[in-house]
Design a protein around this ligand. Structure first.
Ligand code: UN1
Length: 513
């Protein structure tokens, strides 16, 4: 581990003592079981943290509620100023944090840096937003009346995030929620607890320097039982959860049972449609990065390639060839494209998917397999695989969080490709590669892609923070990050003010006393 400077990164992040299993931060709590974090890169133990108990949680939520009461009275641009300073720290610590993300999660160092860059970008966005939390003004139907709407802080926001984007997804939520005046409680993935602690410590430090009330950023740690403390708690008006569809269904039901709000960003089954007019070189770059980047563990990862029969063999050969260039290995070594899967359970799921696709009649085009030997001791390194498959196969309908790409053929018009693309339960990201305007516009039309993200001539993954991020159907319907996604973190209020001496009623109703 040392040769890649992980020790130094931990030191820069103030986590050198993380091995003793105690809390080092001021605003994060845990007095329960020890959670050990092992790196999928080399199998080494990086550190230990303590899980959150029911008593810890009670402390967190009461502190958050109390802090919120003060925080909501701060002018939004002043809250933005705190986020600006938090962002300065992210810029300063980009390399060590990117390195820790890479080492604890297993994505390439480049992608670790890219993930921290997403944090920086959303904070920039949030700072500007802090002066733009606009509502509309409407004309009243009553004389001498004014009507407008305003957005007020919502309360305590519960954030549940996944291992694959262990820091960025938190910041998409918190950066907005903080300028909106909310307190945030974060349950990060128990598979990546140290990146969570690193982020929480940065926030705690900046917040303390600015006399932000305690509890505006809190971290809780543990498995689904810890998440459940928030989802069932009516002191948490909004739960934002990113993760599997299975998890999302449980969270949604728990939150709905108390009529809370949820923002769900769940699984995808993202396809690229490749039409006869596609630029093949760009298709290969987009598809290969989409399928093998982050070892296939993005919710936007490319799972399916839907290729027109006229160019099928050409595209297939080009992609299969490109896979030969992929270097798999230690993600902190910048020569490698693909690092390990998160853990051995993920490796099992990957193997099961490859067995299943063959069982269902698919044909393997690029052989998968678990890598062994020097450099691969963690047992989490796998070969990205490609299978020729049909859309209706059960395994193709399912999101496997691993680098397995299914390739299939369509014939005739682009509407046939769209039927396949939309013929899954998930609806996160989608793409079409074409230089044909009619095809591109059809893909983007009301009868086109049914996904939350629809791209032309770029792949399915790697969205910018400026747009709203999320998708339809079993992806959960939530939108995070840019555009007007901030609105869910606030409560909307409609105000009507009468400045006359009369009291005219709406709809012309007469009520003479
Ligand atoms: C995720 O996988 O949960 O669009 C988020 C992308 C990244 C975010 C992925 N910007 O691929």
């Amino acid at each position: 581990a040392e040769e890649f400077g992980i020790k130094q990164a931990l030191k820069d992040l103030g986590l050198s003592d993380i091995n003793n299993g105690t809390s080092t931060g001021e605003d994060w709590f845990g007095d329960g079981d020890i959670i050990e974090s092992y790196s999928p890169v080399d199998g080494a133990l990086i550190g230990k943290v303590k899980a959150t108990t029911k008593e810890d949680y009670e402390k967190v939520i009461t502190t958050a509620e109390k802090g919120f009461k003060e925080w909501r009275t701060w002018p939004a641009p002043q809250r933005g100023e705190v986020v600006r300073q938090f962002n300065d720290e992210l810029r300063r610590l980009k390399k060590p944090l990117g390195k820790l993300v890479s080492y604890e999660m297993g994505k390439s160092y480049q992608e670790g840096l890219g993930e921290v860059q997403e944090m920086i970008d959303i904070c920039d966005f949030a700072v500007g937003l802090s002066r733009q939390l606009h509502g509309l003004t409407m004309h009243s139907e009553r004389p001498g009346h004014r009507m407008y709407e305003q957005y007020h802080p919502l309360g305590v926001v519960g954030i549940i995030s996944a291992f694959n984007f262990p820091v960025a997804v938190w910041s998409w939520n918190t950066a907005l929620a903080w300028v909106c005046g909310d307190a945030c409680i974060w349950k990060g993935s128990e598979k990546t607890p140290l990146t969570s602690v690193a982020c929480q410590n940065i926030a705690a430090r900046v917040f303390a320097e600015n006399n932000v009330p305690a509890g505006i950023s809190s971290l809780i740690t543990g498995d689904y039982r810890v998440g459940e403390m928030m989802t069932t708690d009516d002191r948490v008006p909004l739960i934002s959860a990113t993760g599997s569809i299975r998890m999302g269904k449980i969270v949604a039901q728990a939150v709905a049972a108390r009529l809370g709000k949820s923002l769900l960003e769940l699984g995808g089954n993202n396809a690229i449609i490749v039409t006869p007019d596609a630029n093949i070189k760009n298709t290969v770059i987009g598809a290969v990065f989409g399928a093998v980047g982050t070892c296939g563990q993005r919710c936007t990862s490319t799972r399916r390639l839907i290729v027109h029969e006229d160019i099928y063999d050409k595209v297939k050969d080009a992609i299969v060839n490109a896979y030969k260039q992929i270097r798999i290995g230690n993600p902190l070594d910048e020569n490698n494209h693909v690092g390990p899967l998160i853990d051995k359970d993920a490796v099992k799921n990957y193997q099961a998917a490859l067995d299943k696709v063959v069982e269902e009649g698919g044909k393997i085009l690029v052989e998968g397999g678990v890598l062994e030997g020097e450099g691969y001791e963690s047992g989490c390194y796998v070969k990205p695989a490609i299978a020729e498959a049909e859309n209706h196969f059960e395994i193709v309908q399912h999101e496997t969080f691993a680098p397995v790409l299914y390739i299939m053929k369509y014939s005739g018009d682009v509407s046939n490709a769209l039927k396949l693309q939309n013929g899954v339960k998930q609806g996160l990201s989608s793409a079409i590669m074409t230089n044909n305007l009619r095809e591109a516009e059809r893909f983007l039309s009301a009868e086109g892609s049914d996904c939350g993200i629809a791209n032309v001539n770029i792949g399915t993954s790697g969205a910018e923070i400026g747009g709203a991020f999320g998708g339809e159907k079993e992806t959960g319907g939530g939108r995070e990050s840019g555009s007007d996604a901030w609105k869910i973190y606030m409560r909307r209020q409609t105000n009507t003010i009468n400045y006359t001496t009369e009291l005219p009623l709406a709809q012309g109703i007469k009520f003479d006393l």
